[in-house]
Design a protein around this ligand. Structure first.
Ligand code: ADP
Ligand code: MG
Length: 566
């Protein structure tokens, strides 16, 4: 501590580069401070520091970290507490550029596996960004001392020492997350693809604000016929709506809450903060929201189960385009995601291509079958479930065509769910048989494909790796700009950044012998097991774990023709 103080005093007023001498380890009374990388100037990205606190000092009860789920929940709690304390106890921006800033990355409403806080049996480590303060471009040592000797110790004391935290709240956080994981794992044994507990609050404040809608919310109640009960390890017995495996239709008038329900199911792959309203809404962890995404690039995807006989005899078994249409993009999205082992497709009419979803009887008469390249999803949904075990949950308020093929029909009426399967089946009548597409070949998933090494080259200009994000849905990877705006289950820029580094890892370990999905699956497994630190050449405390589905979705959206098939 004294050494650090002396050093800071000696560089006061010198050029900013003098801060470089801070790199290394510094002992404080309660913790160790590691300065891993000092920013080049006050306007650059803030410096990377770590705080390491011995577990004896932290005192986090062993029971709260006895399993991986619990440990991740603790890390999440500590990161949020730290971040809140920064806002309270640090003065923030002072001096030029990023002077004075202290940041630790945390999740939004979801609880994600991140690497900003790492709890191990020996210690708690927090990875920060800290803007070393400058006056103009000169070292402002007095300000630096205030940050390192007053602010940081106070923040650490208040948030990383368990005795100073609200113990009941920490425990409740951990227990809630554990319950959510239990609930999600229970789904498959219960024959369900999703569960929405009674009392859940589904609507959000806005499309860009993921917090619960504050006023006039109708809490969810399960229809009697779909109600299931389950015993959670911590909260005990709860009741809610089980969405069974199979083909499920969500119907109802406009503005009655159909899309809101589906969006909650999309997010059900993640754990949520207690109080979010969705902390007992869970879905099949492999489920994927698939939508139309016109304009996306597609590389060598076999979309023939949905689309064949294109004009000019274009083949669709290895379909490539720089600019897909609504229907071809939706077909590619489904095929690509099925390759990742997705067992549940989530589809909303609002974001689907109509001609991909339905073709009614009159249109079939007018445009004869051999002129129509599209086999609509309507004609594949049952087959996908019966022969491939892939369920679907489809929001469809505008057409009754799906009545005949649905196992379960849920009607949303004034934000209340009702089961109307029998009535829908009654109305379907014979329409179903007539709608079958006799011409269609059986659905098959084939062709293992992978990107060529050039596609995943992360270099740009003189730099060996250039990986960055613009928000959650745009990944800058080498010379590629990957547009993830239609990958709706990506929720955090840390996931997007992690995808970048995981793709780079994939590229550096690519030996061409395995299919892409197998390799990506292995990389996700490494991250789950060993954490996210191994993928970037330096410690990047801003990463959050993505799912295999989103990782694959990013590769599939790289604009490049360099793909290999078998
Ligand atoms: P639909 O897809 O049926 O047209 P939406 O799901 O888009 O309807 O919902 C329409 C509006 O109603 C949205 O603004 C949404 O926030 C709001 N909403 C949805 N569910 C609820 C609810 N349970 N309580 C209150 N408002 C809700
Ligand atoms: Mg809608």
């Amino acid at each position: 501590m004294d050494r650090l103080r002396t050093l800071l005093e000696s560089i006061d007023g010198k050029g900013y580069k003098a801060y470089k001498q801070l790199e290394g380890a510094w002992g404080f009374r309660r913790y160790r401070l590691l300065v891993d990388h000092v920013q080049g100037d006050p306007f650059a990205k803030p410096s990377r520091l770590r705080v390491q606190l011995a577990m004896d000092t932290c005192g986090l009860p062993e029971d709260l970290r006895r399993s991986t789920v619990r440990r991740i929940a603790c890390e999440d709690y500590l990161g949020r507490a730290f971040s809140t304390a920064v806002a309270e106890l640090a003065r923030g921006q002072r001096g030029s550029g990023n002077s004075g800033i202290i940041e630790v990355s945390t999740s939004g409403q979801q609880v994600l596996h991140r690497n900003a806080v790492v709890v191990s049996p020996e210690q708690v480590e927090v990875r920060l960004r800290l803007g070393l303060p400058a006056a103009g471009r000169r070292v402002a040592a007095r300000e630096a001392m205030a940050m390192l000797f007053e602010e940081l110790p106070a923040i650490v004391e208040q948030t990383l020492v368990h005795a100073n935290l609200p113990a009941a709240e920490v425990a409740a956080h951990v227990e809630s997350i554990e319950d959510q994981q239990f609930l999600r794992e229970w789904l498959s044994e219960a024959g369900l693809v999703a569960f929405v507990a009674d009392g859940a609050l589904l609507p959000r404040r806005s499309g860009v604000d993921d917090r619960p809608l504050a006023r006039d919310v109708v809490a969810f109640t399960s229809p009697e016929t779909l109600a299931r009960s389950v015993d959670l390890p911590n909260a005990g017995a709860i009741r809610g709506m089980g969405v069974p495996a199979g083909v499920t239709l969500i119907v109802g008038g406009g503005f009655h809450g159909k899309s809101t329900l589906l969006r909650a199911l999309e997010r059900g792959v993640y754990d949520h903060l207690p109080g979010d309203g969705r902390e007992r809404v869970v879905s099949d962890p492999s489920c994927m929201k698939v939508r139309a995404e016109d304009g996306r690039a597609v590389a060598q995807v076999d979309i023939s189960p949905f689309i064949d006989n294109l004009p000019f005899g274009r083949t669709t078994e290895r379909f490539s385009t720089e600019n897909a249409s609504g229907s071809t993009s939706q077909a590619a999205n489904i095929i690509e995601t099925l390759h990742t082992g997705c067992r549940t497709l989530l589809i909303d009419e609002d974001t689907s291509a109509t001609n991909f979803m339905i073709r009614d009887a009159r249109m079939q008469q007018l445009v004869v079958d051999d002129k129509e390249p599209i086999t609509p999803f309507l004609h594949r949904a049952r087959e996908l479930y019966e022969h491939h075990g892939v369920s679907s949950v489809i929001v469809m308020g505008g057409s009754g065509d799906y009545f005949g093929i649905a196992d379960t029909v849920i009607m949303m009426d004034n934000y209340r769910a009702h089961e109307v399967t029998a009535a829908a089946h009654g109305l379907a009548g014979e329409a179903l048989g007539a709608h079958r597409d006799a011409r269609a070949r059986p659905f098959q998933l084939q062709s293992v494909r992978r990107p060529g090494a050039g596609t995943l080259d992360a270099s740009r200009g003189g730099r060996a790796t250039k990986i960055d994000v613009r928000g959650t849905r745009r990944l800058l990877y080498g010379r590629h700009e990957i547009d993830l705006s239609a990958v709706e289950q990506l929720v955090d820029p840390g996931q997007t950044l992690a995808i970048g580094w995981m793709l780079h890892y994939y590229a550096s370990h690519l030996d061409g012998s395995e299919g892409m999905v197998d390799s990506l699956q292995e990389i996700v497994a490494i991250a789950q097991q060993d954490g996210l630190d191994g993928f970037s050449p330096w410690l990047e405390g801003e990463l959050a774990l993505p799912r295999l589905q989103e990782l694959a979705a990013a590769v599939n959206r790289i604009r490049s023709y360099d793909w290999r098939g078998d």
